[in-house]
Design a protein. Structure first.
Length: 752
């Protein structure tokens, strides 16, 4: 199983820290890829009909053997999809298409199977079309808040085993775009604002997925950080900042997981579309990162034939407008070398061999929904972040007599995120019951009832519910109850961004009215990302539950009543207000065109515009540090039902490691996430810290443990554009350790 930091060996880290101003070269990543090895299955036959079926050969050797037997038409067949299938009316569905998001026909005469691709960011999408069941997992942003690589690996394994059972051999999930824009509609599909945390969690997720013999991709490459105008916007960002932030997250994730594919995004990057961007695809992804899989476009993200092919795109999705007959003609005319087509096909074939989809194809099976729910609940229990617990109201005590539950359809279910990440709820949307798949752009609630689970925890209590639609009814329900629990929500989806960090539908008014009626008020957030909370210091408790998944109600109840001690910590900063962000509003967003409850027309904007990230690498906690702003809740923050103390920091410059003692100072067992940050030498010209490592540790009441955290050299480096390499700045590094980015009681120095 993968772990944080495993993508870089301790020996290599030591060399980084011993050598002053050493340069990172592309060779490092290539060596990592080679050393990780490909999937191997021992050959059970000494003789095979087709030589490329010899499993003792490397994936590259096997791909070359197949390639030598392929016609040009067969190679072209691999480098584009066949159409939209079930995603678009009146489009033929090819034989062999499994009804997912994409399909590439195989080559039966050579033993190459079809590629059936499924949207599966938080679970397998469109299962209802075929009467199938899919587990809804918590949002990946929530899972990232567990800071648990094992949980991320499990997350991917759940998706992988369900894809196999449904007949798919490729996932198109794996989002790792950083949270530059906290109002981005797809943040719930991503893994937060820090490249080390996001890259590590996403890499482990894809590692768990591909261990199930299902190909995975990592997306959206790159800088697809808002939905507004995503098809026409041009990201303006210098190369140094790209390499130290957004591209670094991809680099880390790719080096951990070795995904079959990388999906390029819709937007432009410094003037060129991401799917025909030579710098991003050829120079960085394939050369510097040593990526050996294939690049596929986001759906209709291909814009040309010759430029896209020469710039590194390997597969058009969906359809064949550019990489079908047009590519054949370009090759015949000498505009695209035949060797480039061979490279495209080779990358696809080697990934199929490497992951095992040829040697061990999917076998349709009845899935185990119970295990899926158990796994989803476990991940959510680690994902929930306790943001506030004033007066120690939580966990709720035995013997509580009355509970008022308010809002967000908490009587019947929990909210999920929309768009291509929308998993179909079993039995239909419990907030608007009707059979079939989830409706695009409409909030979908899953049958996991907080009301029922809370009643199970407090069988002697009177538990009443008000839907929150009428404030006066909510107030009447809350009055006189021992505690009021208000569920608030923020529905987010692909194709839309939030206009503001504020909760929609006047929910801030609702919370303020309830807390005025009952001072013992707890708020549970079901959101796609950070939200502002003007009432935060008036309520007794706040839980960030994210989109909690099919086991969400059970997990929330377990946290509320203390059966589980919360351990999650924020993977993203919660700002107090929009004005505190680098961009007070979403660039290109026109509130006049955004209808409440519907997408904002992100995909319909046709006039190009620039999104100028003048903040460079300074976003999220780095922005708040450098601008001396106080966040509502900082990156890495999360409370527990016990307390922890840090002591005795020791810095080992030679090993690039720090050690310190963490003590559980309470009488209750709990899990702490110990975080380590570095401040670069003055020569780097920075005024913020960077996450460089962390470790989860379980401690009984009063127990202490000495932890050693290996620091990640790339997080301590700057990208030298003149040398086109990462280097360690000359000087001393300040090392800080503690429970969050804003609370680092231990301070030491690491000398170069």
């Amino acid at each position: 199983m993968y772990r944080q930091g495993q993508w870089q060996s301790g020996e290599r880290a030591s060399k980084w820290c011993r050598g002053a101003r050493r340069v990172v070269t592309a060779v490092v990543v290539v060596m990592l890829w080679a050393s990780a090895g490909a999937v191997r299955v021992k050959a059970q036959q000494k003789k095979t009909v087709m030589p490329w079926m010899d499993q003792s050969l490397s994936p590259d050797q096997r791909a070359d053997l197949v390639l030598a037997q392929m016609t040009e038409a067969e190679k072209l067949q691999l480098v584009h999809g066949t159409g939209w299938g079930v995603l678009r009316p009146d489009t033929p569905v090819p034989a062999g298409d499994n009804g997912g998001a994409g399909f590439v026909p195989g080559i039966p005469r050579l033993g190459i199977p079809d590629v059936n691709l499924a949207d599966s960011a938080v679970g397998v999408r469109m299962a209802a079309l075929h009467g199938r069941y899919s587990t809804l997992l918590p949002s990946t942003l929530g899972a990232a808040s567990s800071w648990d690589a094992d949980a991320a690996y499990l997350y991917g394994a759940v998706i992988g085993r369900e894809l196999r059972a449904q007949g798919y051999n490729m996932s198109i999930g794996g989002g790792v775009d950083l949270m530059r824009e906290p109002r981005n509609g797809r943040n719930f599909e991503y893994a937060g604002e820090d490249p080390l945390l996001a890259g590590t969690m996403t890499g482990n997720l894809i590692g768990g997925l591909q261990a199930q013999r299902v190909m995975g991709d990592i997306k959206h490459y790159a800088l697809n950080d808002q939905e507004t105008g995503r098809n026409v916007l041009n990201v303006v960002l210098d190369k140094k900042s790209m390499r130290e932030s957004d591209l670094l997250a991809f680099q880390i994730a790719i080096a951990i997981a070795h995904p079959a594919a990388v999906m390029c995004s819709y937007n432009k990057i410094n003037g060129d579309f991401a799917c025909e961007n030579d710098y991003a695809l050829n120079r960085v992804l394939k050369k510097d990162f040593g990526f050996r899989g294939w690049v596929l476009s986001d759906w209709e993200g291909t814009h040309s034939t010759v430029k896209a092919a020469l710039s590194g795109l390997d597969q058009e999705q969906p359809g064949s407008k550019y990489f079908g007959e047009a590519l054949r003609e370009a090759i015949a005319a000498g505009q695209v070398p035949a060797a480039r087509l061979n490279d495209m096909a080779h990358r696809i074939l080697r990934s199929m061999f490497a992951v095992g989809v040829i040697d061990d194809p999917p076998v349709a099976a009845v899935m185990d929904p119970f295990q899926g729910r158990i796994d989803a609940q476990h991940i959510e229990e680690e994902s929930i972040v306790l943001l506030r617990n004033a007066g120690g109201l939580l966990p709720l005590r035995p013997g509580i007599k009355s509970i008022a539950l308010i809002g967000s359809h908490a009587d019947v279910g929990v909210l999920s995120g929309g768009g291509s990440a929308q998993v179909d709820p079993p039995g239909g949307n419990v907030a608007d019951p009707k059979r079939g798949n989830g409706e695009w752009g409409k909030p979908v609630y899953f049958p996991s009832s907080p009301l029922q689970e809370i009643r199970k925890k407090a069988p002697e209590a009177s538990v009443t519910y008000a839907d929150g639609g009428k404030v006066e009814e909510a107030v009447a329900t809350a009055k006189g109850a021992d505690v009021a629990i208000v569920f608030v929500n923020q529905y987010m989806s692909e194709g839309r961004d939030a206009a503001t960090l504020s909760l929609p539908d006047h929910q801030d008014v609702l919370v303020s009215a309830v807390v005025a009626a009952n001072p013992n008020t707890i708020v549970v957030l079901e959101t796609g990302g950070p939200v502002s909370m003007p009432w935060h210091n008036t309520v007794e408790g706040i839980l960030a539950a994210w989109y909690p998944g099919i086991g969400g109600a059970q997990a929330i109840a377990n946290i509320l009543f203390g059966d589980i001690n919360p351990s999650g910590k924020l993977a993203a900063t919660f700002p107090a207000r929009d004005a505190d962000l680098p961009h007070p509003g979403v660039t290109g967003f026109d509130p006049a065109k955004a209808t409440p409850g519907t997408p904002d027309g992100a995909s319909d904007i046709t006039t190009p515009f620039d999104v100028d990230y003048t903040e460079g690498v300074r976003f999220g906690y780095k922005w708040f540090d450098s601008e001396h702003k106080e966040p509502l809740y900082p990156f890495g923050f999360g409370l527990s039902y016990t307390t922890f103390a840090y002591s005795n920091l020791q810095v080992d410059s030679g090993r690039c490691a720090v050690s310190f003692i963490v003590t559980n100072t309470g009488d209750r067992a709990g899990t702490e996430i110990a975080e380590v940050y570095v401040e670069l030498p003055e020569s780097a010209g920075e005024n913020f810290k960077r996450l460089a490592g962390w470790q989860r540790v379980e401690l009984g009441g009063g127990q202490s443990r000495n932890l050693t955290v290996m620091l990640d050299p790339l997080t301590m480096s700057i990208f030298d554009t003149a040398k086109d390499s990462f280097i360690l700045p000359k000087g001393s590094y300040r090392v800080l350790a503690g429970p969050s980015s804003r609370e680092t009681p231990l301070v030491g120095t690491l000398d170069e």
